[in-house]
Design a protein around this ligand. Structure first.
Ligand code: KIV
Ligand code: ZN
Length: 558
C-alpha cells in the first residue's frame, strides 16, 4: 500500500483495465470492469489503474464507479484491510488531468498517473517538442496534478529509447514538482534485460531525490521480454511493477502479473522480495479476465495456462509419480490450479498407465498389464485424447474390472421448490444383504450421496461432482462424474497419479443414465467401490436398516 515502508515489498500496479483493455477487441462494459476490479482487489493488487477517464464518457463513468465502490470498501477475501489505490491515467495536459482527478475523487486512496513522451523519436515526430519544452511541461503538469491529488505518478513514455542523461533531468523535474512514483516504461518492448536493468540502476544512482519516491517499471512484450525486463528492473531497485492479468495489453501485451508474482514467490531465496498478492487466486482471476475480454489464454502460458501443470512424457510422468519436485517448481494449489495432470498420450509410460488404471479400479498386473499397455500405445498413436472411457474399454477387455462391493438396488428422490430434498437409497452389500437408508440434503443428489455415506461409511471426501448431457435433446443421456479422496489415512505421500498432490489416493467413478439422479448415484457408488477395493475390501459395517423416516439425516447445508 501507499505508505508501506518495507524495502522488500514490491507493489503490484495492475493495469488490466487500462493498458490491458487497450488489447484489440478486449473492450469491456462498465459492469464487466467493475466485476474485474473486484476480482483484482480480492487478489490483493496495491494499485488498480481503472482506466483513462478522458478517453470517453464510458471510461470516465467506469473509473468513477470503481473509485466509489472498490476504492472504498473492503472486498471480502482481500489480503489487505485497506482498499487499493485507484488510479486514473491522464496525458500531461490540464483537461485530462482535471478529468482524471474528478473520476478518482471518490476513492479512499486516489492517484493521478500522468505521462509525457521523452524519447527523441516521440519528441520529434509525435509531440514536435524540444527537450526544454518537455522538461517544462513535465514540471508544470505534475505540479498541476499534485494540486488536485496528493498521490501523483509520472511516466516518461518511451523511456526505454530516451537518452539516459535527459531522462534523469525529466525525472528530477517530476520529483521536484511533487510526483511520488516515477514509472519507467519500455513502451515499445525494445530493451533487453541487461539494458533495462542498467537503465533503472542508472536512475537509482543519478537522479537527485530518487530515494524519496518509488521507482516503477512498465514493460511491453514486443520481443517476449516483458517479464525478464521487469525482473531486471526490480533487481536494480524498482519497487513497483506495472502488470496485467494474463499479460494482456497493447500489441504483444504487458508484463503478466502472475509471472512476476510467482517468480518472486518461487525464487524468494534469490530475490528476498515479497508482494501482497494472494497467489491462490491467480488462476481464478485469469479465467475471469479471459472470459470477460474474450482473450483466450494459450494452453502453455506460464502459471495459468491449461498445460502449466500437465505432464505427458513417460519420463516426466514416472518422475512425478516418484516425487513431485522432479518436474514441478511450484504446487498447482499455490496458484489456485486444481491439480497436477498426468495426461495419458503416446508419450506416456507404463508406470503412469498402470497407476491410472488402478485409480479407475482395474488392478492389472503381469501379462494382462503388458497387453493392455500395448493396446493403449497403439490407440494413442491414432487418437489425440485418450479418455477414461478408452482406458475402461482396454482394461475391461483384459479382465481387469474391479470388484463391486456395493451395487444399487433402488433409488428414489423427492424434491421441488419448497420441500426438503429427500432420497431413499437401497444398496446390496458385499454379503448380499439389502440395506435401505434415507437422507435429506441441499438437493436431490446431495441427499442421495448422504444416504449412501450413511450406509457405507467409507472414509472419503467428495472432491468433484459434475453432470453433462452426452446426447442432445430432452431425453439426453446424463453422464455423471465423481472424484473422491480417501481420508482414512491411507495416503502414500505421493502425487496422485491423475489428479494431484493431496497425498491421499483419489478415485474416480462415472456412469450414464437418462435419469441424472440414477447416473449420479451409480457414479458415486463406482468411486466408493474403487476406494474400498484399494483398501483391500472390508467387512460391512451396517446394521439392517430401520425405517427410512426414522433414519433420515438432518438437512445441514454442505
Ligand atoms: O506503455 C506506456 O508507455 C504506457 C504509459 C502510459 C505508462 O502505457
Ligand atoms: Zn503501456
Amino acid at each position: 500500500m501507499l505508505d508501506r515502508p518495507d524495502p522488500d515489498y514490491v507493489r503490484m500496479f495492475d493495469t488490466t483495465l487500462r493498458d490491458g483493455e487497450q488489447s484489440p477487441g478486449a473492450t469491456l462494459t462498465s459492469e464487466e470492469k467493475l466485476e474485474v476490479a473486484r476480482a483484482l482487489a480480492r487478489l490483493g493488487v496495491d494499485v488498480l489503474e481503472a482506466g483513462f477517464p478522458s478517453a470517453s464518457p464510458d471510461d470516465f463513468d467506469a473509473v468513477r464507479s470503481i473509485a466509489e465502490t472498490i476504492g472504498n470498501e473492503h472486498v471480502p477475501g482481500r489480503p489487505s484491510p485497506e482498499p487499493p489505490i485507484i488510479c486514473g491515467l491522464a496525458r500531461a495536459i490540464e483537461k485530462d488531468i482535471q478529468t482524471a482527478a474528478e473520476a478518482i475523487r471518490g476513492a479512499k486512496h486516489p492517484r493521478i498517473h500522468t505521462f509525457l513522451a521523452t524519447s527523441p523519436i516521440h519528441r520529434e515526430h509525435k509531440l514536435r517538442m524540444s527537450r526544454e519544452q518537455v522538461l517544462e511541461r513535465t514540471q508544470k503538469m505534475v505540479a498541476f496534478a499534485r494540486s488536485l491529488c496528493p498521490d501523483v505518478e509520472f511516466s516518461p513514455e518511451d523511456a526505454g529509447r530516451t537518452e539516459p542523461e535527459f531522462l534523469y533531468e525529466v525525472l528530477e523535474a517530476a520529483i521536484e514538482a511533487g510526483a511520488s512514483t516515477l514509472n519507467i516504461p519500455d513502451t515499445v518492448g525494445y530493451t533487453i534485460p541487461d539494458e533495462f536493468g542498467a537503465l533503472i540502476r542508472g536512475i537509482m544512482q543519478n537522479v537527485r531525490g530518487i530515494d524519496r519516491v518509488i521507482v516503477s517499471v512498465h514493460c511491453h512484450n514486443d520481443l517476449g521480454l516483458a517479464t525478464a525486463n521487469t525482473l531486471a528492473g526490480i533487481r536494480a531497485g524498482a519497487r513497483q511493477a506495472e502488470v496485467t492479468i494474463n499479460g494482456i495489453g497493447e500489441r504483444a501485451g504487458n508484463t503478466s502479473l502472475e509471472e512476476i508474482v510467482m517468480t518472486l514467490h518461487t525464487r524468494h531465496p534469490l530475490f528476498k522480495l515479497r508482494t501482497g498478492i494472494d497467489t491462490t487466486q491467480l488462476v481464478r482471476t485469469s479465467k475471469l479476465v479471459s472470459m470477460r475480454t474474450g482473450l483466450v489464454v494459450q494452453p502453455n502460458k506460464a502459471i495459468v495456462g491449461a498445460n502449466a501443470f500437465a505432464h505427458e512424457s513417460g519420463i516426466h510422468q514416472d518422475g512425478m509419480l516418484k516425487h513431485q519436485e522432479t518436474y514441478e517448481i511450484m504446487r498447482p494449489e499455490t496458484v489456485g490450479a486444481s491439480n497436477t495432470l498426468l495426461v495419458l498420450g503416446k508419450h506416456s509410460g507404463r508406470h503412469a498407465f498402470a497407476v491410472r488404471l488402478r485409480e479407475l479400479g482395474h488392478a492389472l498386473e503381469g501379462e494382462a498389464l503388458e497387453t493392455a499397455f500395448k493396446r493403449f500405445k497403439a490407440l494413442a498413436d491414432k487418437k489425440k485424447r485418450i479418455t477414461d472411457a478408452d482406458l475402461e474399454a482396454i482394461a475391461a477387455s483384459e479382465g481387469g474390472r474391479g470388484r463391486e462391493y456395493y451395487t444399487l438396488d433402488a433409488v428414489q428422490v423427492t424434491c421441488g421448490s419448497n420441500g426438503m430434498p429427500t432420497a431413499t437409497v437401497r444398496l446390496v452389500g458385499p454379503d448380499g444383504q439389502k440395506v435401505t437408508h434415507a437422507a435429506i440434503g441441499t438437493g436431490p443428489v446431495h441427499a442421495v450421496f448422504r444416504a449412501i455415506d450413511e450406509i457405507i461409511s467409507a472414509p472419503s471426501e467428495l472432491l468433484e461432482y459434475s453432470i453433462n448431457a452426452v446426447t442432445e435433446g430432452i431425453d439426453a443421456l446424463g453422464h455423471a462424474s465423481v472424484r473422491v479422496r480417501a481420508t482414512g489415512g491411507g495416503g502414500d505421500g505421493r502425487i496422485n497419479p491423475q489428479h494431484g498432490s493431496g497425498g491421499s489416493p483419489v478415485f474416480h467413478g462415472h456412469a450414464a443414465d437418462t435419469d441424472v439422479v440414477v447416473a449420479s448415484t451409480k457414479a458415486y457408488l463406482a468411486a466408493l467401490n474403487r476406494l474400498l477395493a484399494a483398501e483391500g475390501g472390508r467387512e460391512t459395517t451396517h446394521e439392517p436398516a430401520p425405517s427410512p423416516l426414522e433414519t433420515a439425516s438432518s438437512g445441514a447445508a454442505e
